[in-house]
Design a binder for this molecule. Structure first.
Ligand code: FDA
Length: 398
């Protein structure tokens, strides 16, 4: 009775999906989760409405040392496949900016759907399950032996779906990486992703004073940039553009904030100088930016000219000021870390995992799916799509 065709470790997005897909093939599936409930991150995702996929899924929406790795799984189980499943359950949904799809009512519906899919094919789910060890023997039928808090279990395949490190209070653990290392897999350095920046220099006071204000801006590091809402917080910067950029930022790097995206700031200032020579810079800029932000910028960038009309500011100074407004250089001291990060960057090196089946090339019968792998999506439903697609790939082959 304690033997299964497949044991799935982790009952999050990818684990539940994989268990349902494998179960639908007639396999006997056991799913183990160490938390007291499965699918906790699904429930808290998208502000409780679960941004479950995106209409425009492209390989470019994923970050990995091997940018080709995700292509096969994403092609074989697409956003349209998941949307069809959601439609089958008559879950009402809506599209937000940039093709992001959310539930109208609650993320609970996505979890309930996955649990029904598992239930219908007889997946056995155990929560509060600690796995003490995984060992391998030569018997292909019972290749894996697991010592767990629910007793000894055996299986011909094991799927590691234990996710990343973000939000430890939701049950996140490094277990998947430990299993990977046990079987000789390389782990790329782990880093909090889709996470707000914090500052320890003078900008921290500025952001604190502006806390709650959001502007549309372009934020960049190196040659990567995102244009969307940037939110000032008590400790630094957040908002969609900032979360996206955090996936590309390395500690120590400067970031640049273009406060007036889509505008040529030098032209704006020089044209205003000739059209309205008596206007003050703060008055002009307050037409484009919140007044409180302009009040913070003034002592930083045009203190000496604060009380001068544009006519009295030389063109060279105006273009200097424009340079600051279009490229405010800031140095985050770090990020808010795994406490608030939506994802974990890095993870199991995909070089030793089949992109078609997600099976380990080092240990037959062992599979890695979801966030544990070195594949991280942009903000916008891409991380769940990776969970569904990688789970489908593994669930179809285990
Ligand atoms: P996931 O984290 O879902 O599941 C891992 C499971 O493994 C958990 O149930 C955990 O308890 C279990 N586990 C851990 N260690 C274990 C062990 N030792 N033994 C047994 N079980 C173990 N993405 C998106 O596309 N749209 C969105 O709207 C959001 N929103 C969002 C909000 C917040 C607050 C967070 C933190 C994250 C998101 N995400 C998101 C990201 C998304 O939640 C994430 O990428 C997927 O849940 C990853 O799916 P996995 O199955 O890999 O891990």
């Amino acid at each position: 009775m304690n033997h299964f065709d497949v044991i799935v470790i982790g009952g999050g997005a990818s684990g539940l999906m994989c268990a349902a897909v494998a179960g639908a093939r007639g396999l006997r599936v056991k799913l183990l989760d160490k938390a007291n409930k499965v699918g906790k991150k699904i429930l808290m995702s998208g502000g409780g409405r679960c941004n479950f996929t995106n209409l425009y899924v492209e390989p470019d929406n994923f970050i990995s040392r091997n940018p080709h790795f995700s292509k096969s799984a994403l092609t074989r189980y697409t956003q349209w496949d998941f949307i069809a499943l959601v439609d089958k359950y008559e879950i009402s949904t809506h599209e937000r900016k940039h093709g992001q799809l959310f539930c109208d009512d609650s993320a609970k519906e996505i979890l309930a759907m996955l649990l029904t899919e598992c239930d219908q094919v007889g997946v056995s789910i155990s929560v509060k399950a600690d796995i003490n060890s995984i060992t391998v023997n030569q018997d292909n039928e019972a290749r894996f032996h697991l010592e767990t808090s629910h007793g000894a279990l055996s299986a011909s395949s094991v799927v590691v779906a234990s996710g990343g490190l973000s939000i430890p209070t939701m049950g996140a653990s490094d277990y998947g990486y430990k299993v990977a290392e046990q079987f000789g897999h390389k782990i790329f350095p782990l880093q909090a992703g889709l996470v707000p920046f914090v500052f320890s220099d003078g900008f921290r006071d500025i952001s604190n004073r502006l806390s709650g204000i959001a502007i549309d801006a372009t934020i960049s590091v190196g040659d990567v940039s995102f244009t969307e809402a940037v939110l000032f917080t008590h400790r630094g910067l957040s908002g969609p553009a900032v979360l996206q950029l955090s996936n590309y930022w390395q500690p120590g790097q400067d970031i640049h904030l273009d406060l007036l995206p889509g505008l040529s700031v030098p032209t704006l200032l020089l044209e205003a100088k000739s059209a309205q020579p008596r206007i003050m810079l703060r008055t002009l800029l307050a037409r484009h930016l919140p007044k409180s932000l302009v009040a913070e910028l003034e002592p930083l960038f045009w203190l000496a000219e604060a009380e001068k009309p544009l006519a009295e500011i030389p063109d060279a100074r105006l273009s200097d000021i424009a340079g600051h407004l279009g490229g405010w250089k800031l140095k985050p001291s770090g990020t808010e870390g795994y406490r608030t990060a939506e994802v974990t960057l890095g993870g199991v090196d995909t070089a030793d995992v089949s992109s078609k089946t997600m099976e380990s090339k080092l240990q037959p019968g062992l599979y890695f799916i979801g966030e544990a792998l070195d594949v991280t999506g942009h903000l916008g439903g891409f991380n769940f799509q990776w969970a569904w697609s990688s789970a489908f790939a593994a669930g179809s082959y285990v």
